[in-house]
Write a protein that binds this ligand. Structure first.
Ligand SMILES: [Zn+2]
Length: 80
């Protein structure tokens, strides 16, 4: 996610981030304006659902063909 520096409004690059919980992530940013260089953190929170989805009954996927990051966990353990 692109952020702007709160001091000079230049583009700030996200250097890294850490997941604090299933709903909250902290990101670390650095201003790209070399005369500023301000470093700051931001928080991203999932605060609502826009829809409700359910797998189609009986549907299957070739999980071994999907990257691990796309396989997720069971819906019961991801209740948000
Ligand atoms: Zn700046």
């Amino acid at each position: 996610m692109a952020m702007r520096c709160p001091r000079c409004r230049a583009t700030a690059k996200t250097r890294t981030s850490v997941e604090l919980s299933v709903l909250v992530r902290r990101s670390y940013h650095q201003c790209q304006n070399m005369l500023c260089g301000y470093c700051f953190t931001s928080m991203t929170e999932i605060d609502g659902a826009l829809n409700q989805t359910q797998p189609v009954a009986g549907a299957t996927l070739p999980q071994e063909l999907l990257p691990p990051s796309h396989q997720g966990e069971s819906a019961e353990s991801n209740a948000a």
